[in-house]
Design a protein around this ligand. Structure first.
Ligand SMILES: Cc1cc2nc3c(=O)[nH]c(=O)nc-3n(C[C@H](O)[C@H](O)[C@H](O)COP(=O)(O)O)c2cc1C
Length: 165
């Protein structure tokens, strides 16, 4: 799949089929019991319907030492960049996932024995998507996302002609 097509096709999947996943490169949680517990920690039942959940964790202790409060932001941004690549690769492989940001940090850390000073950035239940019931949600067009030169300005100034023309 081409990257442009992968960007258009990627979306949050909340209905996983029972087809098994063979790809394990990013798999972290595979124990059935832990997957069930994680779904409870998220209070989102579809999270427990997969065979694998990828949990993204960062360690802000070092960046905090160097950059104070911004350090945590840098960690999360770095995680976000890695996550986007992961999401695109998942899509390219014909797999599906949903970014899960709503969960109890305390419970997730307890289930997975993650030290308290770490940050659980997000969880990703990975599986194959059930055939969609209806139409896929349309992606927003670029002109809904872009501003020029200042906040909320939707119009770009005409470009200057090069001197020679
Ligand atoms: C930081 C973040 C946290 C999210 N947390 C959840 C979540 O807890 N549960 C859920 O069902 N979707 C969650 N989502 C998915 C969004 O609802 C979804 O990305 C958004 O509706 C856009 O849909 P799309 O991913 O199909 O383009 C989260 C997305 C992001 C970026």
């Amino acid at each position: 799949m081409q990257l442009g097509r992968a960007i258009k096709t990627r979306h949050s999947c909340r209905r996983f089929s029972t087809k098994k996943v063979n790809w394990r490169k990013f798999l972290i949680v595979i124990e059935e019991e832990k997957i069930k517990q994680l779904a409870e920690a998220c209070q989102q039942s579809f999270v427990g319907t997969v065979d694998y959940i990828v949990v993204v964790v960062t360690d802000p202790t070092q960046t905090k030492r160097s950059y104070d409060e911004r350090g945590k932001k840098y960690c999360s941004q770095q995680a976000g960049a890695a996550i986007e690549n992961f999401l695109l690769k998942i899509t390219e492989l014909g797999l599906a996932t949903c970014w899960i940001g709503a969960f109890s940090d305390f419970q997730v850390k307890k289930i997975l024995e993650i030290p308290n000073e770490m940050t659980v950035e997000a969880l990703f239940p990975v599986g194959y998507e059930m055939p969609p019931k209806g139409k896929q949600k349309a992606k927003p067009s670029l002109d809904q996302l872009l501003f020029f030169d200042k906040w909320k300005n939707k119009y770009m100034k005409p470009l200057k002609k090069p001197e020679a023309l």
